[in-house]
Design a protein around this ligand. Structure first.
Ligand code: NAD
Length: 483
């Protein structure tokens, strides 16, 4: 089947600062992970660009905060409709720069757009409190105000949705933004900047600095006393480092970090649901999701049949270039990811695991890895102890739920978990005991703009989306009112 051209040609090689695309002397290449070819050349920002972007955000903060919530809501809703109108183009850009199958990229546009609609609605829901102090005649009023200019750093695995999940609530709350997208996926962020301009976002309210030199851009912004908040989505290691930098200024922070999700199949589980959920939770985006199921714990009475059916379902998925509509599993982001995951599988096999499917690379210039399923995985294997971020499932069996709970919980991560079971009481008991911020009960897909997304332990701080999503971008002010 013929595929469309493999380049994105009409985006500017420039930074989006203060409402203008500004030329850059230094550039960086954006590569297609399915072919290794160059998709585009974009600006490679530095400390000067970074501070220019912060200047613009600071200059726009007061007037943006003073706009009516209804006005901000209308602009967000415009952007929602424009994203849908441009969905095909943006989906193709996502696929070109990070590889996911087109159908998933379209799904991401729909999901990413929902944050604009959700926060367009939340923007108009005023909240606060007014009450008499218990000990006297004083009245207490509590109001919410925008926290101020926000620095948003995003990963490549959902190049649109991870941006809208931050920019939409920030704008709704009345905050201005400097965005630094991942170096692998600047094009989707640039497409989104165009949409925000068309939607009516004033100059300086959102600024975007693309760079391959992240610390050069982030350090001066984080050190600047005019910045009020850091919101980061990415790996736990980078998050820890940025958290330490933010601590020097006691900055407000939101951290959406890595996971290592358990996927538990209880004795009462319906295997049709469990296998369908496992494919979704493990293999969406070729396993490159923070909520990906990594550690499968299956009751001993079901493990043989679950494994057989899961392996068959995995083997049926076609691996290839995302622009080909028949592809279900695209490439990994780069060659290092292929090598890292292959080494994890080799280590697990060395420690006694049985591999049911080949992890063979597909060859060629693309970074492809066939999905693999392993059973009897030793709990010392990195495949078990760390975030896999690729298409490999590690299965162990258990005898009683207490043992499953202990194994599921034996991790520093606390982002997502999954539990399958038809005995509702037992299944909910299990779900409630998991120390994760999110639990899929009989489902392998948990993300929802209306729900609070985020993790416990080293998976992060704060929640994105849901009815509390605006709080991350608001400060409380209380007025003590005497007669
Ligand atoms: P990453 O941590 O390598 O990069 C994330 C962002 O941080 C990028 O924009 C990158 O340029 C920037 N960055 C890297 N080093 C930096 C530094 N020294 N200073 C400043 N910025 C720096 O992560 P990634 O590979 O892009 O994304 C994958 C990770 O993100 C996985 O661990 C995944 O679990 C996590 N993730 C978490 C969530 C969540 O909501 N919890 C969602 C998506 C991805």
């Amino acid at each position: 089947m013929p595929t469309p051209p493999h380049t994105v040609s009409d985006l500017p090689v420039a930074q989006f600062v203060g409402g203008r695309w500004t030329e850059s002397a230094t550039t960086m290449a954006v590569l297609n992970p399915a072919t290794g070819t160059q998709v585009a050349t974009v600006a490679d920002g530095d400390d000067v660009t970074a501070l220019a972007a912060l200047d613009a955000a600071v200059a726009a903060q007061e007037s943006w905060a003073a706009t009516d919530p209804r006005h901000r809501s209308d602009i967000l809703l415009n952007a929602f409709h424009l994203l849908h109108a441009g969905a095909d183009r943006i989906a193709r850009t996502i696929t070109l720069e990070m590889g996911k199958p087109l159908a998933e990229a379209r799904g991401e546009v729909g999901y990413g757009a929902e944050f604009l609609r959700w926060f367009a609605e939340e923007a108009t829901r005023g909240s606060g409190a007014y009450f008499r102090a218990p000990s006297g005649g004083r009245r207490i009023a509590v109001r919410k105000q925008p926290v101020g200019p926000v620095f948003a750093i995003t990963p490549w695995n959902f190049p649109l949705a991870m941006v809208t999940r931050k920019v939409a609530p920030a704008l709704a709350a009345g905050c201005t933004v400097v965005l630094k997208p991942a170096p692998q996926t600047p094009l989707t962020a640039m497409e989104f900047m165009r949409i925000l301009v068309e939607a009516g976002v004033p100059a300086g309210v959102v600024n975007c600095v693309t760079t391959a030199r992240a610390p050069l851009v982030s350090a001066p912004i984080l050190a600047d006393r005019r910045l009020r908040k850091l919101t980061f989505t990415g790996s736990t290691g980078v998050g820890r480092m940025l958290f330490a930098q933010a601590a020097r200024r006691v900055l407000r922070v939101s951290m959406e970090l890595g996971g290592n999700a358990p996927f538990v199949v209880l004795e009462s589980a319906d295997l049709d649901k469990a296998v369908e959920g496992a494919v979704l939770a493990k293999l969406r985006n070729a396993g490159q999701t923070c909520v990906a199921a990594d550690r499968f714990l299956v009751h001993e009475s079901l493990v043989a049949e679950f494994t057989e059916r899961f392996v068959a379902a995995v083997a049926a998925l076609s691996v290839g270039e995302g622009l080909d509509e028949s592809t279900r599993i695209g490439p990994l982001i780069d060659g290092a990811a292929v090598q890292r995951i292959t080494a994890m599988v080799d280590e697990a096999v060395g420690l006694g695991a049985h591999q049911h499917t080949a992890t063979a690379e597909l060859g060629g210039a693309g970074h492809f890895l066939r999905p693999a399923v392993l059973t009897g995985v030793d709990t010392r294997s990195r495949l078990w102890t760390s975030e896999v971020f690729g298409p490999v499932a590690a299965i162990r069996s258990f005898t009683d739920p207490a043992e499953a709970l202990r194994l599921a919980d034996d991790t520093e991560s606390g982002l997502a978990g999954y539990v399958f079971g038809e005995n509702l009481g037992d299944t909910l008991d299990f779900a409630e005991r998991l120390h994760t911020g999110m639990v899929g009960v009989n489902t392998g897909a948990i993300s929802d703009p209306a729900a609070p997304f985020g993790g416990t332990r080293s998976s992060g701080l704060g929640r994105e989306g849901g009815s509390t999503g605006l709080d991350e971008y608001q400060e409380l002010q209380y007025l003590a009112i005497e007669r």
